[in-house]
Design a protein around this ligand. Structure first.
Ligand code: SAM
Length: 309
């Protein structure tokens, strides 16, 4: 049972029915987010099927793409398009219809809606309107790729798609590397298009060095493949073997041996702008997996150089 904090509606998510609802009352919330397959049409839960069959309207990123899935599961609910380009304009009408009692499900072309897909603005509007909202979990390429990568599953940082051009992409990688120097130690998860994969890996290798990484391709489909190697090795492989299909890239967190003096100095210099010498040494040591004593000694030495008589 969950209470919508804005509307006060008590909602039984196991049956998708407001707890006070009789047979004549709507069986679904105003908006239900439904995850759909990322390749294998059978990856639809029975709750997802029931919600899609029982709602008034299914909002689809692309109605033609979703028609294949809905047909495969015998779902005849009317569909409407809700994509990046019409989402903002459609919101007032959708909220009005929800207030009048119409129930909507939101799906995207694949996986979990909103994750590198449309729907965020609609979800915000539904929450702000105090209407009941729920979700039916299911496939998501990023999480499946992460769990198959063999790299630490948490913490992880999902960045979705980076900019397509190399200069902007390198800037994005540098920003992530900067966060690492400031203490972030997370596995990175990205989406990427096949024709950009080789260049993406080359840029990643230039910024992150020989980190362990994985390329997960065509998950849940016939040619599913997960290739695990260092970034430079993956870059070299995909420069020679143009990949096809849908791709996630996973990059492991910083390695302990990735801490040459310049990097350690940079991390300390950054940390010292916000913390005491002792705290900065402790934070950097933890982030880089280095002995605290060694980092503290280096921080002291740096302090002496930075503050001459
Ligand atoms: N909302 C989706 C989700 O939950 O995974 C992702 C949508 S995003 C527009 C599509 C991207 O997800 C693809 O370009 C690819 O990077 C990744 N992706 C989707 N399906 C995949 C699959 N079967 N195998 C690997 N990556 C996939």
């Amino acid at each position: 049972m969950t209470e919508d904090t804005t509307s006060g509606v008590v909602f039984d998510v196991s049956t998708m029915r407001p707890s006070s609802a009789g047979a004549d009352q709507p069986a679904l919330p105003a908006l239900v987010l439904v995850s759909t397959p990322i390749g294998n049409l059978q990856d639809v839960s029975s709750r997802a099927r029931e919600a899609l069959a029982g709602t008034d309207v299914i909002l689809c990123e692309d109605t033609r793409t979703s028609a294949t899935l809905l047909r495969a599961h015998g779902i005849k609910t009317p569909t409407q398009a809700l994509h990046e380009f019409n989402e903002a304009a459609r919101i007032p009408t959708l909220i009005e219809a929800m207030r009048a009692g119409r129930r909507f499900a939101l799906i995207s072309d694949a996986g979990t809606p909103l994750v590198s897909d449309p729907g965020y603005r609609l979800v915000r509007a539904v929450i702000e309107a105090g209407l009941p909202i729920s979700g039916i979990p299911g496939p998501n390429a990023a999480v499946l790729a992460l769990t198959l990568s063999g790299l630490p599953p948490q913490p992880f940082l999902f960045s979705g798609f980076l900019p397509p051009k190399s200069g902007a992409r390198r800037t994005a990688f540098e920003r992530l590397r900067g966060a690492e120097l400031g203490g972030l130690a997370a596995t990175h998860v990205f989406y990427e298009a096949p024709h950009r994969l080789a260049a993406f890996l080359e840029d990643a290798a230039a910024i992150f060095g020989p980190r362990p990484a994985a390329v997960a391709r065509e998950l849940t489909k016939r040619f599913e493949e997960v290739r695990r190697a260092t970034l430079p090795d993956l870059a070299a492989y995909y420069a020679e073997h143009a990949p096809r299909g849908e791709i996630c890239v996973i990059i492991g967190p910083p390695q302990a041996e990735e801490a040459p003096v310049e990097t350690l100095d940079a991390a300390l210099a950054q940390a010292l702008t916000a913390m005491s010498l002792k705290d900065a040494a402790a934070a950097v040591a933890a982030a880089m997996g280095l002995p605290k004593k060694q980092v503290y000694a280096r921080a002291l030495a740096l302090g002496r150089v930075a503050a001459p008589e």
